[in-house]
Design a protein around this ligand. Structure first.
Ligand code: ATP
Ligand code: MG
Length: 772
């Protein structure tokens, strides 16, 4: 037996050595599912299977990279780089590039990100003169997205009275028309959105049997990680590709299915047996990741779910410390508790920053954590917030590059046609949009033919438009024989973006220049890496593909020793020695929005199971008694999930009844409390001590203002805020400015927040970060 196979236990070895056929590995968290996939691939290669014929689908591209690295180590060659490995989106985007012409798309199609898609939908809603308070663009987008993921095309929609009825009931009877207009506009712009990458792949595989046969023959061995979170569209792709050879190995854990809200179908795992002939089922039971206390506590939680497969998870690891539960007065205190605990643990246990993770249910919760970490000088990194590639200055450059690759790309054109300012106003742009829609052509084509159409645009503006087209065309010529780095450097200079930012002269402007330089550095690395590969040459097209599908996790640099902050959803598959699950409160975790049915609550419980099982050595659960939500200070109750854990696995650092409303000190929590006396009890209504009034709480908060000196916060009456600007607020998270009214100190902005809906804020007081 090869040496590396000894790094597996017997149960893990079985699916690794089972070379052919359909198989499913169902096992709890930390039991080595991902490890099985990795070693299985190494084993296949050692059996002479060509890496080009192995397709492995992972949850993040980072996971794929790590897997490749590990496999190279095991097999001792660089062959692993030829494996087809990545997320569904990245692998099938690559395949679609080869086959795009069959579907009537250019090979250089643009991938629209969520913001692009939403912007198209917003403009359609406006053009159709629909009430934007009823036809909310985000709602419309997510509706269309879920149709696409269920393979309901416009045509299918229009022949399905039930769906139309449902949308009519939801007071959006014209959804079908919007859907059609959206699809048409994307097509006209040569663009696919994220969901198209799966939908179009399905279309490709069903409409063109010869294409299906080609990829069936290529991918002799298919492997899928996190199978419990595949949606219908992904399921069908895997099903079709594996149909011929039926060499398919999927691994998953029904207890970690947490993407139902995005269309994931847990039944894919339950039905796997029926989908293939002679399916072998493997189970793994030994957890290698966590202490006994953590494993057992997690088991005691998941047992409360009715819909689940019975599984055993045990560990030979140490008993470990109990899970520590801590209550604070405010979320600011909660952040301070987490920061000082990290600080102390680093001192006492020689731990590194990178060994800590702070997990939360919603992105908005990160702010309090960040403030506290900054005060203690603890470096951290937020995942899943605004990624590097979504910063304004970076997007400006990227949209130019998109236009170079695909001049039909309307979202890109609209963004850069007058940036840096070149005197092409919104009236002109509107006229071009109208003409483009009228002629069924792209905006770029309309501008190319501007002399032939009577758009009542004066000759000065026409010249400016023509110059713009000429500039983009000159970039295309440069791009044809240069790599990604060179063309980008050229673009940043020739468009005047660099000069514009230099002129700006503010520290923000300087930071933006640095970011663009960082982009260029990244590109140089990318080009060098790509040139090593057989089938790549570091072109702009390759780079843009990477960027379009990059998630925050993917950009992580291995040498970063920073505390990780992320939502529980994003933490799936990862592990850290120390994990804080913060905001353990009713209506937050479990989320108030996901608690109307038992199955929704069960999904929240699975999410909590995922959170807890990320921890190797020590888990903390923290909650606060008052928290700003939806613009109000609310009394928070501890999460039911804390009580659902068997008490013997918990250690309460703070009492819950006796001192319920007493404010806690920052750091001395550990010494303050007689731990033996502490029990979590539900406050009996009527007899619970009365808490402070809302007014008292507000005063208390004012004593401890959460301010940050390093951040680019500002009192914004004088700042450069416009309708459409993306901002971030301490409490409400990200939002877009919908309206600005008043002047000077009285300036107010109406902002559409992701987490709080529409809010009117006085800019003098609102603490806003401008994101783009
Ligand atoms: N046989 C083994 N010997 C030593 N370590 C192991 C073994 N199997 C797994 N591990 C380690 O245990 C940890 C968990 O493994 P892995 O991430 O593969 O589990 P998983 O089942 O994929 O977890 P999750 O459900 O969270 O995705 C990893 O650090 C892995 O390297
Ligand atoms: Mg895993």
């Amino acid at each position: 037996m090869q040496e590396y196979l000894k790094q597996l236990n017997e149960a893990q070895l079985a699916p690794v050595l089972q070379k052919d056929g359909a198989m499913i590995v169902i096992a709890g968290a930390g039991s080595g599912k991902t490890r099985v996939l990795t070693y299985r691939i190494a084993y296949l290669m050692s059996q002479g299977v060509d890496p080009f014929s192995i397709l492995s689908l992972t949850f993040t591209n980072k996971a794929a990279r790590e897997m490749k690295k590990r496999i190279s180590e095991i097999v001792g060659s660089s062959e692993a780089k030829n494996l087809w490995m990545g997320t569904f989106h990245s692998v099938f985007a690559k395949i679609l590039r080869f086959e795009a012409d069959k579907l009537g798309y250019p090979n250089n199609f643009t991938i629209y990100d969520t913001q692009d898609s939403q912007s198209v939908i917003r403009s359609i809603i406006k053009d159709m003169q629909l009430d934007k308070d009823i036809y909310k663009y985000k709602k419309v987008y997510s509706r269309i997205s879920s149709y696409k993921n269920s393979l309901i095309t416009v045509k299918a929609y229009n022949s399905n009275p039930e769906l139309m009825e449902a949308d009519a009931m939801a007071k959006i009877p014209r959804l079908g028309e919007i859907y059609k207009a959206y699809v048409d506009r994307c097509f006209k712009a040569g663009a696919m959105d994220f969901d198209d990458l799966l939908l179009k792949t399905n279309e490709l595989l069903t409409r063109f049997p010869e294409v299906l046969a080609k990829y069936q023959n290529r991918f002799r061995y298919i492997l899928v990680d996190e199978y419990q979170d595949t949606n219908h569209s992904q399921y069908l792709i895997v099903r079709a590709l594996s149909d011929k050879f039926q060499n398919i190995c999927v691994v998953g854990d029904d207890a970690q299915s947490i993407y139902a809200f995005r269309g994931a179908n847990i039944n894919n795992i339950f039905n796997f047996q029926k989908d293939y002939d002679d399916v072998k089922t493997f189970r793994l039971e030994q957890n290698y990741r966590s202490t006994k206390n953590i494993v057992n506590a997690a088991n005691s939680i998941i047992e409360k779910n009715k819909t689940r497969l019975d599984k055993v998870v045990w560990t030979a690891n140490d008993e470990g410390a109990k899970i520590k539960v801590n209550r604070t007065m405010t979320d600011g205190d909660e952040g301070r508790f987490v920061a000082s605990t990290i600080f102390e643990t680093k001192m006492n246990e020689q731990a590194h920053n990178g060994e800590f993770a702070i997990l939360y249910r919603t992105n908005a919760q990160s702010r309090a954590m960040e403030d506290a970490l900054r005060k203690k000088d603890i470096p951290y990194r937020i995942y899943g917030g605004l990624s590097f590639y979504q910063r304004k200055e970076i997007k400006d450059v990227l949209y130019y590059l998109r236009l170079v690759l695909n001049p039909k790309d309307e979202e890109a054109l609209k963004r850069v046609i007058n940036y840096p300012a070149r005197g092409i106003g919104s009236t002109t742009i509107d006229k071009i949009v109208v003409a483009a829609n009228h002629y069924g052509r792209s905006m770029f084509e309309v501008i190319q033919n501007i002399d032939k159409i009577d758009l009542k645009i004066n000759s000065g503006t026409k010249t400016k438009l023509k110059n713009f087209v000429t500039m983009i065309q000159s970039f295309q010529i440069v791009n044809a024989n240069q790599d990604a780095f060179s063309i980008t450097e050229h673009v940043t200079k020739k468009t005047g973006i660099f000069q514009e930012l230099k002129k700006d002269g503010t520290p923000e402007g300087l930071a933006r220049i640095e970011n663009i330089e960082e982009l260029l550095n990244g590109m140089r690395d990318f080009v060098e890496e790509q040139k090593e590969l057989a089938d790549a040459n570091g072109s702009l097209a390759e780079f843009m593909e990477d960027v379009a599908l990059a998630t925050d996790l993917d950009n992580e640099k291995g040498d970063d020793d920073k505390v990780a902050l992320m939502t529980v959803h994003l933490a799936k598959g990862l592990e850290f020695p120390y994990v804080f699950v913060v905001g353990m409160e009713e209506d937050l975790f479990p989320s108030g929005m996901s608690m109307s049915t038992r199955s929704e609550l069960e999904e929240e419980r699975r999410l909590f199971y995922v959170a807890l099982t990320r921890a190797e050595k020590q888990a903390y659960l923290t909650y606060t008694q008052s928290r700003y939500r939806w613009g109000k200070l609310i009394d928070a109750e501890p999460s039911r999930f804390i009580e659902e854990i068997e008490p013997k696995y918990l250690e309460y650092l703070t009492p819950i009844t006796e001192h319920r409303y007493k404010p806690l000190l920052d750091v001395d929590i550990f010494d303050d409390v007689d731990k033996s006396k502490l029990r979590l009890r539900k406050p009996v209504s009527g007899s619970a001590p009365k808490g402070p009034s809302q007014e008292q709480l507000r005063k208390l908060r004012r004593l401890k203002p959460v301010t940050s000196d390093t951040d680019k916060n500002f009192n914004a009456a004088d700042a450069n805020l416009n309708v459409g600007t993306l901002v971030e607020h301490v409490r409400f998270g990200k939002g877009r400015i919908a309206k600005i009214e008043g002047v000077g100190a009285d300036t107010k902005a109406e902002i559409d927040f992701e987490n709080g809906g529409l809010k009117k804020l006085l800019l003098r007081f609102a603490k806003l970060n401008v994101l783009e």
